[in-house]
Structure formats: structure tokens, C-alpha cells
Write a protein that binds this ligand. Structure first.
Ligand code: DC
Length: 210
């Protein structure tokens, strides 16, 4: 049976970096499930289709090929905005959750990160992590990332954006962001990526040895 590591948490908490590091260390497959919502939204935008028609959006979600997700293209801000609109639609979520569950069965194991992995997609995962950091730290990390990539941005605007996204993810009726009851909480506000990885590794190793 494959081994699943479920990672959830708010935007810019460092879960993607942590998930990639875990997948690389254990030789597991990795899926950033946010990209599946982003790719669905981009498919609609590219075809000039509306973002508020559930049946059309579900059709795009069902056609999605998980092997062709391009993080560089999909990380654009406008695509994130459009993704948060399709992510509230139950038929879209149902289609993408089915594809994510199929992915989670890959041998020898899979790391999935998102908002509802431990609660909805893989509730039976042997390891569930809920990765958070204060909104101030998350906004600062996002700003540093933009600057490091040669862009420029305003801290206050990014901070406001982080708060809006938290509100939207947590207030959603279908599959809101929240820790699973048996999730390990990892607050990375004052932790380096190596420290977060080392904490996660202890939890995973303990389960692999059982
Ligand atoms: O993490 P992200 O910014 O790439 O996510 C894009 C959007 O998709 C965001 O609005 C949250 C949503 N999402 C979700 O509803 N469920 C997931 N498992 C992953 C992302």
C-alpha cells in the first residue's frame, strides 16, 4: 500500500517547499493540489469561458491532465484569483478530489499539499501536517520571493492579500481550510525550512517504523 503525507495550511505558510523536500527525501510523488484549481481556472480563461458557470468549470476539471501542471505559468496572481472562484464550486471540487485521490495511490508513496487533504481528500493518511505561520511572516516571505525573482511589490498590499485569501479559504462552505483532528501542527513563523523538515521527518519516520 502506498504511504500518504497530507499537508494543509494557509497560503504562503511554506507547505509547498516542505512538501517538495519531503517527497525528494523519501522518493515519493508530489502533488500541489492548488495547481489543479489554478489549471482549471486557466483553462477557462484561455478559452474565454465564464468563471461562474459550474457545469462548464466541472467539464474543464474533468479533462485536466495532472502530469502537465506548469508551476511557473500557474503561479501568476490573476490565475490565483480565478482559482479561488472555481474552488468554491462543489462539482469542480468533486472532480479534482477524485483525480487527487487517484494520485495519492501512487507507489511507493505520495505527498499532497493543499487546504483539504487531511480532512477530505485523504482522511486516512498516516501522516497529516497542518503548516501555519503568522500572516506577517507569510506576507514577508511572499515579498522576499517576489523581490528575489526581480519583481517589486508593496508589503501592505501583500499583507492585505494574505488576509483576504485566509478569509476566503476558511469561510468557504465546501471543504473549508481547517486542521484535521489528528493533524500535527507545525508553526513555521520562527522556523527555517530545514527545521520544519526535520520536525516533519521525525513524525514521518515514527509512522514508517510502525
Ligand atoms: O495554494 P494555491 O494558492 O495555489 O491555491 C489556489 C486556490 O485553490 C486557492 O483559492 C485555494 C484553492 N485550493 C483549495 O480550495 N483546495 C486545495 N486543496 C488547494 C487549493
Amino acid at each position: 500500500m502506498s504511504f500518504v503525507v497530507a499537508i494543509d495550511g494557509p497560503a504562503a505558510a511554506g507547505k509547498g517547499t516542505l512538501a517538495r523536500r519531503i517527497a525528494e527525501h523519501y522518493g515519493f510523488h508530489h502533488l500541489d493540489t492548488g495547481l489543479t484549481y489554478r489549471a482549471t481556472a486557466k483553462a477557462l480563461l484561455d478559452r474565454g469561458l465564464p468563471l461562474d458557470d459550474e457545469a462548464v468549470a466541472e467539464g474543464m476539471a474533468r479533462e485536466l491532465d495532472l502530469s502537465g501542471l506548469d508551476r511557473a505559468v500557474l503561479s501568476r496572481h490573476e490565475i490565483g484569483e480565478a482559482a479561488s472562484k472555481v474552488a468554491v464550486m462543489t462539482p469542480v471540487r468533486r472532480a479534482l478530489v477524485e483525480a487527487q485521490r487517484r494520485f495519492s495511490l501512487k507507489e511507493p508513496g505520495a505527498v499532497l499539499d493543499g487546504r483539504d487533504i487531511g480532512t477530505v481528500v485523504c482522511p486516512g493518511a498516516p501522516v497529516k501536517l497542518y503548516v501555519t505561520a503568522s500572516p506577517e511572516v507569510r506576507a514577508k516571505r511572499r515579498l522576499d520571493e517576489i523581490v528575489a525573482n526581480g519583481g517589486n511589490a508593496d508589503y501592505a498590499a501583500i499583507f492585505a492579500d494574505v488576509r483576504t485569501r485566509d478569509e476566503r479559504d476558511m469561510a468557504r462552505a465546501d471543504s473549508p481550510l481547517k486542521p484535521a483532528q489528528d493533524a500535527h501542527l507545525l508553526d513555521t513563523s520562527e522556523m527555517s525550512i530545514e527545521a520544519a523538515f526535520s520536525a516533519a521527518k521525525s513524525i514521518i519516520d515514527a509512522r514508517l517504523e510502525q
